[in-house]
Design a protein around this ligand. Sequence first.
Ligand code: B12
Ligand code: SF4
Length: 618
Amino acid sequence: MLPQRRIKAAGAHRRFRVVLVKPSHYDDDGYVIRWYRSPMPANSLASVYGLVDDCAQRQILGPDVAIDIVAIDETNTRVRVDRIIADMRANHNFGFVGLVGVQSNQYPRSLDIARPLRAADIPVIIGGFHVSGMLAMFDSVGPDLQQALDIGVTLFAGEAEGRMDEVVRDAAAGLLKPIYNHIDDLPALEDAVTPFLPGNAVRKTIGNVTTFDAGRGCPFQCSFCTIINVQGRKSRRRSPDDVERILRKNFAHGIDRFFITDDNFARNKDWELIFDRIIKLREEDGMDVRFLIQVDTLCHKIPNFVAKAKRAGVTRIFIGLENINPDNLLAAKKRQNKITEYRNMLLAWKAVGIWTYAGYILGFPNDTSESARRDIEIIKKEMPLDVLEFFFLTPLPGSEDHKVLRNRGVPLDPDLNKYDLEHALTPHPNMSKAEWEKLYRDAWAIYYTPQHIATILRRAQAYGINILRLAQIILWFATSLAVENVHPLQGGFFRLKDRHERRPELPVEPVWKFYPQLAADLVVKHARIAAAAFSIFRIYRRVAATSHIPYSDQAMTPVTDDETQTLELFTHNKSARQAVDHARKIKTLTGGAGTAGTPGILGPAAAVGSAAIAETAA
Ligand code: B12
Ligand code: SF4
């Protein structure tokens, strides 16, 4: 029997079964990436679960049909297809299996789960970014989506808020359509159903952290981005009442840490109303809730944004820094990222004691193996960043880059399993595949040296940040790739592997080979983690012992006008120097701003904030 949530329905004599699976994907050896504990529940799963649960509560199939829902996150739970088949068969296949939030890299795994289910005549629906991204960018279904249609899988593109009744009713009537395409009709989120996951699904995560989206959409136009083509460029958002409901519901269950998954919370049009509501919950109702949010590099220019984020309990922010070479940023249409603002922005967050995570993309057209290494060194020296994480520039299905390359006939790696931002998938003008891959692996080692870990902790200590907690996160980011061979965002606690959970194209390994190898891997990996933990803990102890000594360095120095002549960030190449000249011209045009408020090249926030955003978002 599968664990499930039974909705009480007086008099119900039939049960419609919905099994929701958030699939994982295969590692480079072909095994499903699965952990004893994953870091946090998947918001996609919670959103879809909430919507089906809402159908159940409203008894949309009539008072005599109850809806049972099972939620399985494959990153922490083994998907037993045989059991799902047995369970469904016992119920005369009255129900469906939903493969939820399927990313491109999870699409091959999803098809592998779907095949035996379809062979047993169980209705299967796939939704998520791969299906939505492909149908958003192309007029016809390509060969990979066709594979799903050929085995009778239903595809769902777009968002399910307001559309789940139709899907559930069609499935119950045995009339599922091949494709539900709502990509051009994005629903409003005010008063949308609250995402929800039952206790048994949340218990397999670390504990007191969960995810929710307060809004969707981003106004910018980065060419590698899928979000704008799937969720749109207009801000759609949940109401502050909804957000309060989500927070209270979780808080009542002991969950007080949240990752707000909006790709750009700074452009959620109700950010201030939402922060104000959370500030009230924290300051008047005593709810000590804390947040990680994602923002853009101009967010510090929005009046009150940083200050209110602090009061609302934001302790960490994630920024898509992406690169420090303006030519690369321009090539990716990331015009809102101005290197002349980076230090202002980071220092604004640091001044209120908030940690910064930044994503850095390797393999933009102007990158060379040497320039990227030099750029990381510049960041270490001149930018007050805590955690830096690296990605390959990847033409993700759903992005403009993917569409352009495909239309031009550029050879793209055909294995969707690799579209996880951790593989080189296209030819690069300045690097061979091997050089690019080496650069990616080396980048982590170049950033997370013992010396630089000490510097990050020293800086954080000077800003009043909890450095023991930061040291733990650094351990996670510094070791994930080296030890587990996965990006930290795909990581978890204690890797689990089953001999049979392997890509069907690869052979099942014999017992005598598989288990000794698994045991040896476990010993080696845990020895390496222990050694890294010991080394980082020693660094932490050394730094903590100097807490009484004031610390400052180049990265922490407040922004000055003349730093454009001295810092390598602004002088390392021609395009950096041109970016500085451009910023100067804007400063002159906007009336010499920069003499008050946040100092620096572009001047105080309010003076040019909205103009800069309008310029870049246009
Ligand atoms: C939060 C998040 C994470 C979190 C948690 C995972 C999660 N999904 O909650 C973490 C940090 C772990 C993460 C990691 C990764 N992520 Co991520 N993540 C996101 C983010 C920001 C939000 C996801 C979300 O909650 N969206 C809101 C939900 C409601 O939308 P949705 O999933 O599309 O679901 C709706 C519809 O699609 C539909 N639907 C979906 N499923 C189903 C099923 C049925 C039956 C039906 C009817 C409808 C339906 O209804 C839903 C409600 O409207 C998205 C970007 C984004 N804006 O979505 C990236 C995103 C999904 N991630 C992405 C990637 C690449 C990754 C990583 C591979 C990156 C890496 N190398 O580490 C890893 C993979 C790890 C993993 N196991 O998922 C990409 C995927 C792109 C693509 N084409 O595949 C995205 C789009 C970001 C990007 N860079 O473009 N991620
Ligand atoms: S800032 Fe760029 S990458 Fe980030 S969500 Fe917006 S368009 Fe996408």
